[in-house]
Design a protein around this ligand. Structure first.
Ligand SMILES: Cc1ncc(COP(=O)(O)O)c(C=O)c1O
Length: 401
């Protein structure tokens, strides 16, 4: 090979297991195999669609010529609508000046990590976690430290473990509730305990609530109202609730009753200016989404609940697999008991399943080397017939020793 121009070490620290595994599936697809993709949390790839009135709002905005560069922090009307939604749905008191509209929650994570972490600073993330929290922390030369969540207790955060992992370098604690990949929904007491720990140690709280409206039996509680006077950075978006994953619309807010996050807020605003703005017409559609009828959410959750029940039962019926019941979001995170014996690693397991069954999952270690290893993540987004076929194949695969 000719001499290569060098890329930075910083980028080599980025991992995104959910998409990294696709390469293997694409290779198989090239040989004529049909692949069932159960790796990505994208409802729009299945039988869920962006509500018609939201699509219409986007077409209308484009036709009305709202195709200019917008305000960096986001459309003022959208920020207003976000505050209204956060108050009505989650009882969060914020004003438009506290909100920054982003190109998905993904960009919000990037911006916050950039503003929060100096070299070697630590951020606590749940183990397992949604990968950008650890990848972006590492990208900015910080360190993500996984705190244990307890599988046997529905993946509840282990508060004592969290306490032990706070060091002089810790800058913040991340909460992902409802959780991806585990589907846990944290109760008030758990959120309260995390907030108390953060307050005792003067740490910034990041609360990812992108699945706030996708819960089955447990009640979702937002972090900010529990924190009362203590500040919280909230993250949320339109991808899941409004079935618009490809539109890339999200937001972050600074809930800051005592004005302790002014510097952070100004820094993130500065970051928002350098990338000019997020998609202008899509923000207009976002206003329509928040202010319009919300009926599709109930229908979506009911449809998902049936699929969750089916997936959870089928997985637990397979010998060698156990699965905790997800109470929110649309993921299962089962444990495979023979990883370490029949398969050396969970990645080997996922690749073996892919090759023998054509079903693509994500290896658990991609979500956390310590607490995710030995598991895999799947989505229960497809219709029952598709899930049935995938689990039949998985079952047959597991039984064939
Ligand atoms: C917990 C969590 N946060 C953020 C995101 C990314 O969301 P967005 O599409 O808004 O970038 C996801 C996507 O799966 C997620 O599961």
């Amino acid at each position: 090979m000719t001499a290569q121009f060098k890329a930075t070490k910083r980028v080599s620290r980025i991992r995104y297991a959910i998409r990294d595994v696709i390469e293997f599936a694409k290779k198989l697809e090239k040989t004529g195999r049909q692949i069932t993709y159960l790796n990505i949390g994208d409802p729009v790839k299945f039988d869920f669609d962006t509500p018609e009135f939201v699509k219409t709002a986007l077409f209308d905005a484009v036709r009305a010529g709202e195709n200019w560069y917008g305000t960096s922090e986001g459309d003022p009307e959208l920020r207003e609508a976000i505050c209204k939604k956060e108050k009505q749905v989650n009882n969060v008191d914020i004003s438009p000046d506290d909100v920054i509209v982003t190109t998905g929650v993904s960009e919000a994570i990037f911006m916050i990590m950039a503003a929060l972490l100096e070299e070697d600073d630590e951020i606590l993330v749940p183990g397992p976690t949604y990968p950008p929290y650890s990848s972006y922390a590492n990208f900015f030369q910080g360190r993500s430290i996984a705190y244990r969540t307890i599988e046997e207790e529905g993946w509840r955060p282990d508060i004592e473990d969290l306490r032990r992992k706070i060091s002089s370098k810790t800058k913040g604690i991340t909460i992902i509730n409802p959780n991806n990949p585990c589907g846990a929904v944290y109760d008030r007491k758990t959120v309260r305990a995390i907030v108390d720990l953060a307050a005792e140690n003067n740490l910034v709280i990041l609360s990812d609530e992108i699945y706030d409206r996708i819960v089955y039996e447990e009640e979702f509680v937002s972090t900010a109202p529990i924190a009362k006077d203590y500040p919280v950075i909230g993250l949320n978006g339109f991808s899941k609730t409004y079935l618009a994953t490809g539109w890339r619309l999200g937001y972050l807010y600074f809930y800051d009753p005592e004005g302790r996050m002014e510097q952070l807020k100004e820094s993130v605003k500065k970051e928002s200016r350098i990338r000019l703005c997020t998609n202008t017409p899509i923000q207009r559609a976002g206003i329509a989404a928040l202010n319009g009828p919300q009926d599709h959410i109930k229908a979506m959750v009911e449809k998902l609940r049936r699929r969750r029940d089916y997936a959870w039962k089928r997985l637990n019926d397979i010998e060698g697999i156990t699965c905790t019941k997800p109470h929110g979001a649309f993921y299962v995170f089962p444990k495979v008991h023979e990883i370490g014996q029949r398969w050396k690693t969970d990645m080997d397991f996922v690749l073996d399943v892919l090759e023998k069954t054509g079903v693509l999952f994500v290896h658990g270690s991609g979500f956390c080397e310590t607490y995710g290893t030995g598991h895999f993540r799947g989505v229960f987004l497809p219709q029952i017939e598709v899930l049935e076929e995938a689990f039949n194949r998985l079952e047959e695969f597991m039984n064939k020793k």
